[in-house]
Design a protein around this ligand. Structure first.
Ligand SMILES: [Zn+2]
Ligand SMILES: [Zn+2]
Length: 137
């Protein structure tokens, strides 16, 4: 229960989310290269799912789902634990369930004062909907 809240500001992880979001947007909005405009911190966030340290160019794959008043994020993992190159075991940070390569965990993201992005990890499919339901969400 300790790694439930992640605060990050314009780091590689969020840059990856922004890129994915821009890619997913299919309307005709002009796409601005916002990635470099964020105040970038050089410290590397370890992957939430497998704990691998991430280096430049290694983004955590995630998908943003906008709902009413909420930004839900599905986090799939980094290149070390997700996709064709993923061979590191990944676990849910909430319930420690071992996750399949293609599985994801769900979080909720919002903006904080000062422009920081805040991601609150809700958990994986097992602990959110399974028998070990700990949280009302
Ligand atoms: Zn990973
Ligand atoms: Zn879980």
């Amino acid at each position: 229960m300790s790694i439930t809240e992640w605060v990050f500001s314009g780091g590689i992880f969020f840059a990856g989310i922004v890129l994915l979001y821009l890619v997913l947007k299919t309307d005709n909005d002009p796409v601005h290269p916002v990635v470099e405009s964020a105040p970038e911190k050089k410290e590397k966030m370890p992957c939430i799912l497998c704990g691998s340290r991430l280096y430049r160019g290694e983004n955590v794959s995630s998908k943003i789902i906008k709902t009413d008043g909420d930004t839900i994020v599905h986090v799939y993992g980094c290149p070390n634990c997700y996709g064709p190159t993923g061979n590191v075991l990944k676990k849910c940070p909430i319930c420690d369930t071992i996750l399949k390569n293609e599985a994801f965990i769900t979080g909720r993201m919002w903006d904080r004062a000062g422009g920081k992005k805040h991601l609150h990890i809700l958990g994986c499919e097992t602990c959110r909907h399974g028998r070990n339901k700990k949280r009302p969400l």
